[in-house]
Design a protein around this ligand. Structure first.
Ligand code: PMP
Length: 410
């Protein structure tokens, strides 16, 4: 049992009362996206009913309200991730856009011929392809930290990889395909000792693990709002002030300039320099509300409860005949990836769906790590703060039924 009122938390999420295929919904697809609490839904409605305006440019009451709401959300993000200043927080569309922004501004500026970018075998395509493309453009080298058979990165191999050509280390905090919690504190310290910058992909960790960007010291930290109970279409790039200061703009246009003539433009200071055009104002405000909601519960309590729930689920699933868990690192968060003997992964997904249980089956946009385990696809239930032991029991009972029927259906 969690240190918070689980029943009350569940009631905060109206969609959890939804019925699907005649059953009460069991939402176990949190790694793909999370559900939204009423506080976030209400905040969006309030914004459009009482505050909606473009920001910064106009001098009237609603512009002031919208600007306050948007900048308030930026401050909330800064507090949530432990940033010293809201000026280090750039709003983008999501983690994908965040990595692309860093690759195309800081990356283009700092990565040259024969330089090396280090990623891990665990990465989501969003933290592979932008670096691969940048490396191709610059004649730089993309190097990959291998993982062991449990799905944890090999720190010894990583240590041997670092050298004076290593310019950037870009790794995920939590693997979306296996649930591995990467020891980012060690990765960051080792990379910094070699003189490299570090980007942490927090897309999969931000709803589960506390991040403190000042104490843990990544140069960049990126995440998507929709994976932390906020709307889609909003995400964050955090970067250290000294890094942002000299980073060139990405997109050009309104909002990001100080002064424009036909000959030249003077750009704004960060974060405005990186937010060309009208941003996703309402959803940024929604993100602020989601993080405040999480703060009201406490991320440490959530982490502890989810850790126990994941342990409970892992043990129960191990008892299902023919079920092979993929990703058995000592430290994991939220994600349980598996294959079931005699079934294609999509068959397991559809069978669970018929019982109202939502999981993902597929390659989870992380093909290299699945292929490391000889697979193209897994079934992936993923937990969040509102999931219960009863829901895990429903999942496991359904899997036992499938396992028992495997002979009969042939
Ligand atoms: N990184 C990781 C680890 C992810 O799990 C995801 C989303 N599945 C992303 C990056 C990309 O996030 P988005 O699709 O929201 O841009």
């Amino acid at each position: 049992t969690p240190a918070y009122d689980l029943g009350a938390v569940r009631r905060d999420f109206p969609i959890l009362a939804e019925r699907v295929n005649g059953r009460q919904l069991v939402w176990l697809d949190n790694a793909a996206t999370t559900q939204k609490p009423q506080a976030v839904i209400d905040r969006l409605a309030y914004f459009y009913a009482h505050e909606n305006s473009n920001i910064h440019r106009a001098a009237h009451e609603l512009a002031a309200r919208a600007t306050d709401a948007y900048e308030g959300a930026r401050s909330t993000v800064a507090r949530f991730i432990g940033a010293a200043s809201a000026d280090s927080v750039i709003f983008v569309r999501g983690a994908t856009e965040a990595v692309n922004l860093v690759a195309q501004t800081w990356g283009r500026q700092h990565i040259g011929t024969d330089d090396e970018i280090v990623i891990s075998h665990l990465e989501h395509h969003a933290n592979i392809v932008p670096w691969q493309q940048l490396a191709a453009e610059k004649g730089a080298k993309l190097r990959v930290i291998p993982v062991d058979d449990d799905g944890q990165i090999r720190l010894d191999e990583f240590g041997r990889m670092l050298n004076d050509r290593t310019k950037l280390v870009a790794v995920t905090h939590v693997s979306n395909a296996l649930g591995t919690v990467v020891p980012i504190d060690q990765v960051i310290a080792m990379a910094h000792r070699a003189g490299a910058r570090v980007l942490i992909d927090g897309a999969q960790s931000v709803a589960h693990k506390r991040i403190d960007v000042q104490a843990q010291d990544p140069d960049f930290f990126v995440f998507s709002g929709h994976k932390v109970f906020a709307p889609t279409g909003i995400g964050v790039v955090y970067a250290k002030p000294e890094v942002l200061e000299s980073m060139p703009p990405w997109q050009f246009g309104g909002n990001m300039i100080e002064d424009v003539s036909f000959d030249r433009s003077v750009f704004q200071q960060p974060p405005a320099r990186f937010e060309a055009g009208t941003g996703n104002i309402a959803d940024a405000v929604g993100l602020g509300a989601a993080l405040e909601y999480l703060e009201s519960i406490g991320l440490e309590s959530i982490d502890r409860y989810e850790h126990d729930l994941l342990g409970y689920a892992t043990q129960a699933m191990r008892a299902v005949p023919g079920l092979r868990l993929i990703g058995t690192a000592a430290e994991k968060a939220s994600v349980l990836s598996f294959v079931l003997e005699g079934y294609r992964t999509e068959e397991v997904g559809s069978a669970l769906n018929r019982e109202g249980i939502a999981v993902r089956s597929g390659h989870h946009c992380a093909q290299p790590i699945l292929r490391r385990f000889g697979l193209e696809s897994t079934v992936r239930p993923s937990l969040a703060l509102y999931n219960t032991c009863d829901e895990v029991d429903l999942l496991v009972a359904a899997l036992h039924r499938l396992a028992a029927n495997v002979g009969r259906r042939r």
